[in-house]
Write a protein that binds this ligand. Structure first.
Ligand SMILES: [Zn+2]
Length: 97
């Protein structure tokens, strides 16, 4: 039994975008649809930086998110605590479980 994981922004079933096991590993993971709406702090499409984590934080519907680049793509996670850095976000998420 695994819970259905929903996109925290639009409530779409995340398994339409990612496989369930993958989604398990990322707290606050957003679906690909919402991911495409992401903007940087200047309101523009975030630039991709394949060698590092790119522009962070980013925003989807004014909600702060953090983006990790990996496997030639990226994942975007909602930050409900408005953390000051990606590391702080991770620390909070790992204490939550
Ligand atoms: Zn979504």
């Amino acid at each position: 039994m695994s819970d259905v994981r929903l996109c925290p922004i639009c409530d779409t079933d995340l398994t339409y975008s990612y496989d369930a096991e993958f989604a398990e590993n990322y707290p606050g993971l957003v679906c690909r649809n919402c991911d495409e709406k992401a903007v940087n702090t200047e309101g523009q499409t975030p630039k991709e930086h394949p060698d590092d984590d790119g522009e962070n934080p980013i925003f989807i519907d004014s909600q702060q998110c953090w983006r990790r680049h990996r496997f030639g793509g990226h994942v975007t996670m909602v930050d409900p605590d408005n953390c000051g850095s990606l590391q702080e976000f991770y620390d909070r998420q790992s204490h939550r479980t």
